[in-house]
Write a protein that binds this ligand. Structure first.
Ligand SMILES: [Zn+2]
Length: 235
């Protein structure tokens, strides 16, 4: 049996319909009480069998059993989220996180590969050895001596190689075996390890009067700056 319930008015602040039969005007979401000035007096019809009825509330069964909840939950019951649709944005979020992490990993891999290639392409060690042997070839022993590490010692005897010791050795070698006519770097190795290595070994093929011979050089990056020759077995 249908019935009427009047005294419902529209709040001109929140546009909500509220009951004005009470002494106060409730709480408007926009702040303060509702304000129905200018509103008509609405009558609401209820219990009208000719009007479509709201479906009864059906709570969600345990996961995987039957249909999810539908209908309006009774007052005081928290609405149950749809087990399928509302989770989609969360999945999307995780996917974005995965993509971002993958991009970061890829970027760091590319960056370290680039830095490795860069260090190989722009390895300063062969340049230092080239300048060292160019100076020796030009009998510019003072310049050549500048590429030796400070405090370098002779491998036989162990005495300090001073500029005069080095110059004497170089001149003696020139006299005995002829001046350097040609040289080429046969091999330049820098052991690769995780913490970064600051030593290098270089083999130089040197030609004086006779057949070419190998010179073994050890180098070290002194104080994180210039590479210096810390050991040579011949000139
Ligand atoms: Zn209001």
């Amino acid at each position: 049996m249908a019935a009427q319930d009047e005294n419902w008015r529209r709040c001109n602040k929140c546009q909500g319909l509220f009951y004005t039969g009470n002494p106060t005007f409730g709480t408007c979401p926009t702040g303060g009480g509702h304000d129905y000035s200018g509103s008509a007096n609405y009558s609401l019809t209820y219990n009208d069998p000719s009007q479509p009825q709201q479906p009864p509330y059906v709570p969600s069964p345990p996961a995987g059993q039957g249909l999810p909840s539908y209908g309006q939950p009774p007052y005081g019951v928290a609405p149950v989220s749809d087990p399928i649709a509302p989770q989609e944005p969360r999945k999307k979020g995780r996917r974005w996180l995965k993509i971002i992490i993958m991009v970061l990993v890829l970027f760091s891999a590319v960056a370290s590969a680039f830095s490795f290639i860069n260090s190989v392409l722009h390895d300063p060690v062969p340049g230092v050895v080239n300048q060292y042997y160019t100076a020796i070839k030009n009998q510019d022993y003072t310049t050549a001596y500048g590429y030796l590490a400070p405090g370098i010692k002779a491998i036989t005897g162990g005495e300090f190689i001073t500029l005069s010791v080095f110059t004497q050795e170089a001149q003696d070698t020139d006299t005995a075996q002829g001046k350097v006519r040609n040289y080429s770097i046969e091999n330049s190795m820098r052991p690769i390890n995780g913490s970064g290595s600051y030593t290098a070994t270089v083999i130089v093929s040197v030609t004086r009067n006779g057949a070419p011979y190998d010179v073994n050089l050890n180098l070290q990056q002194i104080g994180g700056e210039d590479w210096k020759i810390t050991r040579y077995d011949r000139l």
